[in-house]
Design a protein around this ligand. Structure first.
Ligand code: UDP
Length: 469
């Protein structure tokens, strides 16, 4: 038997959703570049997404391909939550925990390269007892910001209930978080409501809760954030994160994404989109995209289309999944040479970095947020679900890099006139403050990841801790 190698071997367990896995792959690339050996768990339906990482680090990153654990309540073949109806997400999270046993068997068969730590997504809390069985520490990777992570953990820690008779406007306070934010019940994550209101099978609900509680027992959190964005929540350990340390290492996304095919085959080539954008003055175009999960209802899409036409702003609108745009809208936009509709996956990082793009209408998914922040593009916040209401508050109230576009959430169509006014404000004088702040924050983000910057140094410290194991 070969003696154990000196290179620390870390097991990475992503959660199979674009918004979770992509930043963990980005983190993997940063860790591999610092000399760690990595094994990344994946399933046959997700394995192709790992190809760029494996190609970039052939000697240090290996896949561990395991069959996706089937579950009677999940459609056969579902291995990723991209465009998956939200109703399946709780059971998807629950089903994934069945990877525990095959991963443990694999870990026990690695005497030449024993695993020294597990780094896993916060939806994979079950890797905490798994890591304990392997006999190594587990680090929670959070694809959300620190505030967006503290809020759901606070809920599961305190088991907050909506009093009988209170409606969706019931305010939930978070007294242990700096600034003591409060969110309305309708803004609270669907996963927490699924548990506390018994909307899912008991076993599934328990899984959701236990995942969060296990996270609080981990070695610490690695977060895709940085102090200029979330300093208020990074200054001292948070009770809602179990007083655990947080390594703030973001933005982890690579500076450029030349191919633009970040996690999907782009429906329009980055070069073609860039050439189309070249015709517009600097900062004049609104890029509209709601991530990999959210699909607008026809009524929401109709309101957005009308607002875009009324405000007459140039735009790129990414329509994902089986989303629709009103009949005739696309043809009118094309005839006026004023707008482009992308059906499917867009090269988002490349789009946000084009000089013509001045605003990003976004659902406030954390990756989209960081990509906009890094590109210096202010946002029009239209949160739909999950941590997005929390992120919107952070962007509008703390960071000053966003205006509120729509507060209704998933399924609620805004008033087209009000949305048109927001668009007009954004490109006009009223948007100048957010535009300026976005440029400042982008400069801060660039400094954070540069040698000597806060994220760079936190990452170095994290790797050093791993090397000591
Ligand atoms: N994304 C993309 N093209 C698209 C839609 C999404 O490249 O057409 C990427 C986007 O750049 C981001 C991720 O997918 O990196 C979406 O993650 P986010 O956290 O913003 O939202 P989620 O999809 O998790 O709701």
């Amino acid at each position: 038997m070969a003696p154990p190698t000196a290179t620390p071997h870390v097991l990475l367990v992503p959660f199979p959703a674009q918004g979770h896995a992509l930043p963990l792959y980005d983190l993997a690339a940063l860790l591999a570049a610092r000399g760690l050996r990595l094994t990344v768990v994946t399933t046959p339906g997700n394995a192709a997404q790992l190809a760029p990482l494996l190609a970039a680090h052939p000697d240090s990153v290996r896949p561990l391909v395991l069959p996706f654990p089937s579950h009677p309540s999940l459609p056969a073949g579902l291995e990723n939550t991209m465009n998956c109806p939200p109703v399946y997400i709780p059971v998807f999270i629950h089903a994934l925990a069945a990877l525990h046993r095959p991963i443990l068997a694999w870990a026990r068969s690695q005497p030449a390269h024993p695993v020294v730590a597990v780094v896993s997504d916060f939806f994979c809390g079950w890797t905490q007892p798994l890591a304990a069985e392997i006999g190594v520490p587990r680090v929670v990777f959070t694809p959300s910001g620190v505030l967006g992570t503290a809020v759901p953990h606070s809920l599961f820690r305190r088991l907050v209930k909506r009093p009988v008779g209170c409606d969706d406007g019931f305010p939930v306070a978070f007294p242990a978080i700096p600034g003591e934010p409060a969110f309305e019940w309708r803004e609270i994550s669907m996963l927490y409501k699924a548990y506390i209101e018994g909307l899912v099978e008991e076993q599934v609900g328990e899984s959701l809760k236990q995942n969060c509680l296990w996270n609080l027992e981990g070695w610490g959190f690695v977060s895709n954030t940085f102090p200029a964005l979330e300093g208020r929540y990074l200054d001292a350990p948070l009770e809602d994160l179990g007083f655990k340390r947080v390594w703030a290492v973001g933005p982890v996304a690579p500076d450029t994404d030349a191919a633009g095919e970040r996690g999907g085959e782009a429906a329009v080539a980055a070069g073609d989109l860039s050439a189309w954008l070249d015709a517009f003055p600097e900062g004049s175009v609104v890029y509209v995209c709601f991530g990999s999960q959210a699909v607008l209802t026809p009524a929401m899409a109709a309101a957005l289309a009308e607002a875009l036409e009324r405000s007459a702003v140039p735009f790129v609108w990414v329509v994902s999944g089986d989303g629709v745009v009103p009949e005739g809208f696309e043809a009118r936009a094309a005839a006026a040479a004023r707008g482009m509709v992308v059906r499917g996956w867009a090269p988002q990082v490349a789009a946000l970095r084009h000089a013509a793009v001045g605003w990003f209408m976004t659902h406030c998914g954390w990756n989209s947020v960081l990509e906009a922040v890094a590109a210096g593009v202010p946002m029009l916040a239209w949160p739909m679900a999950a941590d997005q209401f929390v992120n919107a508050r952070l962007l509008v109230e703390d960071a000053g890099v966003a205006l509120r576009a729509c507060a209704g959430g998933a399924g609620v169509a805004p008033d087209a006139g009000e949305l048109a006014a927001v668009l007009a404000d954004a490109v006009g004088e009223k948007g100048s403050g957010a535009r300026a702040r976005a440029k400042e924050l982008a400069a801060d983000a660039a400094i954070a990841v540069r040698s000597g910057g806060s994220s760079y140094e936190d990452l170095e410290r994290f790797v050093q801790e791993i090397q000591k194991l």
